[in-house]
Write a protein that binds this ligand. Structure first.
Ligand code: ADP
Ligand code: TRP
Length: 321
């Protein structure tokens, strides 16, 4: 089974990215042939500073490796090292109806926020479909916000296959319901673009400040708390703590005399604990960047071989040489 996912190098890795996409993706990688990549072409839609793009791309490489990606099993590469995806993007754009792209939630959201869209932002889902289809991926582990993009990739693959014959595998999104959309500190979806994230590799002081600032309802400390299914610190705590610990904390809240401030302190402690080995690994990797670059070089080689094979079929099918 082929599995593929990507993450844009558009800012610092946060616990929404980790629990929503990275951890499920790393677990799924054990069950098949995984292709994970740094979506630097996609990041051009939001980053125009070359130094920033380069630095962020290296950050994503370090993050993935520190969080446990095994490069001897998983093909790990930079998207721009596989420029064949841009050729496939062009070819797929000819089986992609404009209204489908106009309907993309993330595109509509950005326009609603007042962004003046360029063609790159508009055709973003076609590039994403090319990423997926070029490796003939069957599974795509992502957070819920990417579901529609994966559905578009399915539509493009289907339209192409109907027009030119069976070339592409139809991919399926894999979304974990319990972490489909992790809320951020302000209650909206946690996202790099909202400044409501809890970073994984930032310093502890910053994490403490963010966690203490998480919005909660205003039931007083003494009250037996109700509506706990909507409590953000508890929801985050459940992702990291053992079920026993999580139940214990929930029971204390429900009993009263135990405030949200205590939950936040516990949350900080479990998060720091959980990510400590990853932080250590990342520090080691930073001292050994040659290794990281070598991993990406080898990953690019393997991804290129697969991409060339698909593109041979695609070019033949559409009548290009
Ligand atoms: P961001 O919204 O912070 O820019 P990205 O778009 O780079 O995040 O997302 C990278 C991956 O992490 C995607 O698979 C996305 O679905 C997932 N993801 C991002 N935010 C969350 C969240 N709050 N909850 C669950 N998954 C998320
Ligand atoms: N659009 C995805 C995001 O913002 C990143 C991405 C690019 C991706 N290409 C992909 C995810 C292919 C899965 C498959 O998170």
């Amino acid at each position: 089974m082929r599995i593929l996912s990507g993450i844009q190098p558009s800012g610092k890795l946060h616990i929404g990215n980790y629990f929503g996409m990275m951890r499920p993706a790393l677990e799924l990688a054990q069950k098949g042939e995984a292709f994970y990549f740094i979506a630097d072409y996609h990041a051009l839609t939001s980053i125009s500073n070359p130094d920033e793009l380069r630095a962020n791309a290296l950050d994503v490489a370090l993050d993935f490796l520190a969080c446990g990606l095994d490069p001897s099993r998983t093909v790990f590469y930079r998207q721009s090292d596989v420029p064949q995806v841009t050729e496939l993007t062009w070819i797929l754009s000819n089986v992609t109806p404009v209204p489908m792209l106009e309907n993309a939630h993330s595109y509509k959201d950005k326009i609603a926020q007042g962004l003046k869209p360029n063609a790159g932002l508009f055709t973003y889902p076609v590039l994403m479909a090319a990423d997926i289809l070029i490796v003939q991926s069957e599974r795509v582990p992502v957070g819920k916000d990417q579901k529609q993009h994966v559905e578009m990739a399915r539509d493009m693959a289907g339209a192409f296959n109907r027009q030119y014959g069976e070339v592409f595998t139809i991919p399926d999104a894999v979304i974990r319901p319990e972490v489909a959309t992790l809320p951020g500190t302000d209650g909206r979806k946690m996202s790099k673009s909202y400044n409501n994230t809890i970073e994984i590799f930032g310093d502890e002081k910053a994490a403490r400040k963010k966690i203490m600032g998480i919005v909660t309802d205003s039931q007083p400390v003494e009250a037996p708390k109700t509506g706990l299914d909507k409590n953000i610190p508890l929801q985050m705590y459940k992702l990291v703590a053992t079920p026993d610990k999580a139940n214990e904390l929930q029971a204390k809240l429900a009993a009263g005399g135990f405030g949200y401030g205590e939950v936040k302190k516990e949350l900080l402690a479990v998060l720091m604990d959980h990510f400590a080995p990853f932080r250590k690994k990342r520090e080691e990797l930073v001292k050994n960047l040659d290794y990281v670059h070598e991993v990406l070089r080898k990953g690019a080689e393997r991804a290129n071989a697969v991409a060339d094979e698909t593109m041979g079929k695609v070019r033949k099918a559409v009548g290009l040489r």
